[in-house]
Design a protein around this ligand. Structure first.
Ligand code: GLN
Length: 446
């Protein structure tokens, strides 16, 4: 059924970089057989899943939507891919993204752009725009994305689906192509909150292959799906409903907050005073880490190589200048500058200190509140091409999501309403490893 749907709509949506139809149908038939034989099946047996094309899949091209990895076929699976396979899912294909996950509209893809299924003239958000669009268009039942500064939550909001960025360390990053290692986290897209819980059950947990992966038991997230928010304390940080947020979006968030209050949640305004520095802090730390992580693409070990070179240094330079797109180059330059001798203290080190202040704001808020409520994105989906000439405008798309990554806490975006036919997302932010409480609150909207 999912491939039938893909045949009907994919030409217009363009969510996928690679479709793995043959393998998927084979796997699906195997599940059918097991079912017919009355065998016991894993929890997500036969569920069609889409994987963002920055997660390694053995034998299946993994491009990061970059020319520099256009021919890269990993010899191993990311841990999440293994875990989803063990849970019984069937991989439908690999989805489009902003090159190396750098962007907010999937327009920075080095391959092609993806449309928002609600309005094909508009962007699906990004960087996991392909995964969000695939789920929204019915081209997959669930999907995986990665979120460094909002790349799961923002496209989920713009495409009207559920998207969760788990706590840093909750999901293994092994096999996720690194963008900014201290911020990157893998998480699910789904049509509803129950599926989000089922996906978390499948992908969370300690992994000895990722040194930042958190030890400890993983709860059964479906146990949090109870229709009750009475007595939960919820904070509404004033900074997230201030300037720069579309008034129609604010209205929908207020309505959601009123609904929670009417169901017995205790709601109070609060403040995260350092949030206003999240954008500059993120755009120092993320590019700094990216400039280091992307040093490995040298044309020697894998991916694209420029052959018309005079010597090895010339080969490096030509490979990288031809292989990377403009946004990736911009980030490498910003990051290299911020890390260079003489500027390190003024920029990178300063950003790390501000990051701590941002984290402390959240720590203080969570002494009083179980969750914080905010918009996910300052506006609904914008028109394709509208922000491509203005990187700063594009960066502003993430003002509501960046601080969560800097603090390492979980964030969940759920559909909260529509503005002129376009979906708007409500963002729930939680304590470290408080994913369950986020699901509990989100479930009341279903
Ligand atoms: N839009 C942000 C950026 O461009 C976040 C991307 C992400 O979360 N991967 O860096």
């Amino acid at each position: 059924a999912v491939f039938n749907r893909i045949d009907r709509v994919e030409e217009r949506v363009k969510a996928y970089v690679t479709l793995t139809r043959e393998q998927a149908l084979e796997q699906a038939r195997a599940v059918d057989k097991k079912m017919a034989a009355g065998e016991e099946l894993p929890p997500l047996a036969g569920i069609p899943v889409a994987i963002k094309d920055n997660m390694c899949t053995r034998g299946v091209r993994t491009t990061c939507s970059s020319k520099i990895l256009y021919n890269f076929i990993p010899p191993y699976n990311a841990t999440v891919v293994d875990k989803l396979q063990a849970a019984g899912t069937v991989m439908v294909g690999k989805t489009n993204l902003d090159e190396f996950a750098m962007g907010s509209s999937t327009e920075n893809s080095g391959l092609f752009t993806t449309a928002n299924p609600w309005d094909l003239e508009r962007v699906p958000g990004g960087s996991s725009g392909g995964s969000a669009a695939a789920v929204a268009a019915g081209e997959a039942v669930v999907a995986l994305g990665s979120d460094t500064g909002g790349s799961i939550r923002q496209p989920a909001a713009l495409c009207g689906v559920v998207g969760m960025k788990p706590t840093y360390g909750a999901v293994s990053r092994y096999g996720l192509v690194a963008f900014a290692s201290s911020l990157d986290q893998i998480g699910p897209f789904s049509r509803d909150v129950t599926d989000c819980a089922l996906m978390l059950n499948a992908i969370c947990g300690h992994d000895p292959l990722d040194s930042t992966s958190a030890p400890g038991e993983v709860p059964d997230y479906t146990t949090f799906l109870r229709d009750d928010v009475r007595g939960l304390k919820m904070g509404v940080p004033a900074e997230y409903l201030g300037e720069g947020i579309d008034p129609a979006v604010k209205e929908i968030i207020r309505q959601a907050i009123n609904l929670l209050a009417s169901l017995g949640a205790e709601i109070e305004e609060t403040t995260l005073p350092h949030s206003r520095y999240a954008l500059p802090t993120y755009y120092l730390i993320a590019p700094a880490e990216a400039s280091s992580n992307l040093a490995r693409y040298d044309g020697v070990r894998y991916g694209y190589r420029a052959f018309e070179a005079e010597d090895v240094v010339d080969m490096f330079m030509k490979t990288r200048s031809q292989g990377f797109g403009p946004e990736v180059k911009r980030r490498i330059m910003l990051g290299t500058y911020a890390l260079s001798a003489g500027y390190y203290d003024a920029y990178y080190l300063k950003a790390l200190k501000v990051r701590t202040l941002i984290k402390q704001d959240f720590d203080r808020a969570f002494e009083r509140f179980d969750v914080l409520l905010a918009p996910t994105s300052p506006s609904p989906a914008f028109k394709r091409g509208e922000k491509t000439d203005d990187p700063l405008q594009m960066y502003m798309s993430d003002i509501c999501t960046l601080a969560v990554n800097l603090a390492g806490i979980p964030g969940l975006s759920i559909p909260a309403g529509f503005v002129e036919g376009l979906p708007v997302g409500l963002q729930l932010m939680g304590k470290p490893f408080g994913e369950g409480t986020l699901l509990q609150v989100a479930y009341t909207f279903e």
